[in-house]
Design a binder for this molecule. Sequence first.
Ligand code: UFG
Length: 329
Amino acid sequence: MKVLVVGGAGYIGSHCVRQLIAAGHEPVVLDNLVYGHRGALTPEVPFYEGDLGDKTFVRSVLDGESIELVMHFAAYCYVGESVTAPFKYYENNVVATLRLLETMHEAGVSKFVFSSTCATYGVPESLPMTEDLPQAPINPYGQTKLDVENILKALSHAHGLSFAAFRYFNAAGASVDGVIGEDHKPETHLIPLIVDAAVGKRANIKIFGTDYDTPDGTCLRDYVHVDDLSRAHIAVFDKLDKPGQSFFYNLGTGTPNSVREVISAVERITGKTVPVIEDERRPGDPPALFADSTKAKTELGWTVEFDTIDKIVESAWRWHSSHPNGYGD
Ligand code: UFG
């Protein structure tokens, strides 16, 4: 299938492009390169540089490439920044996404795969987290993702859009060949920061809170490999053939790891000691978030290949050790 990957030069989008090729599909990438990287592009894949909210531009790509399905990864994703700069987040994550959906509607493209987040649940009522838990985001980032989920429901009902929204837990890792990986500027995610501390690019890793009601006092998260995430996005394609279909799936391994466990994994894999500072809690961090992904497993036949934190960190280390400056752009 001819698939437009919006945000295909970003972290998750670029991994999805390679998984699409492996599955025999024909990806086309659209990215404005604000956070994406030219170096993350797969050379043989057509690339269009521009904005998802630019209707004329997007329409020309949809028509010119005879796109059948759109995948959307081009959101701003810093939770902290979303609190201080809500205009920026609502503008890109909601307003520009609405323009993209409007353009798709006008062009007669009716299949959509959306990158959502477990941040739409806020502090969960119960663990592990199933799709039917109440959604009550505690920051604008999570709210923008929930807003788009609601827009998608309305469009599905009114116009027959068929879509799947995947609520990711903590996306992590890199391609097994070490060619593409995680390169955020600024970097705020735990695994890349610990790797930087291991190799001396930063002085230490701060553990945000050691007094949580968890086995070792640090936060529990569900780290899930980007290639595992990507394969779920492709496995849903067949279900989108009928108009007006809507699907929501939580994607995580179901096995949480504490911050201390992730630090130990990086030390094991890299063979280096990570200097640690025990710091205050970071505002807005729920103590534990982990998925029940039974629905994705049952309905999509989804399997988790990277089922231990060591396998995830190993792939991340292959990328970071071979690209000490990321994509270098
Ligand atoms: N952490 C530290 N020190 C650091 C960085 C992080 O202790 O220097 C801790 C955090 O407190 C948290 C865990 O490591 O407990 C993971 O933190 P990340 O910032 O890597 O990830 P988050 O769980 O905060 O957020 C991620 C994505 C969001 C997404 C969210 C869903 O970055 O986009 O998962 O839960 F919304």
